[in-house]
Design a protein. Sequence first.
Length: 76
Amino acid sequence: MGKIDEVKEILNTLRIWLSLTIGLVVIVVSGLIKRYDVGKIDWIFYSGSFLFLVLLCVVLLVIIKISDKTKEIKDL
């Protein structure tokens, strides 16, 4: 397998991770909104808020890696 094929596979894997992470963000945010509407502001709500922030950081890191791999393909 050539170098460009290897980079393309990594890029595809990163795109899948990005899709899954954004799906998790949607699920967590919808759960947080539901708990807020019901008035259940407890440790689960705050844990979900922390998880949301962690997932946002993961999304940003994956986007940065996708950008780096795309630039790497351009250079090959």
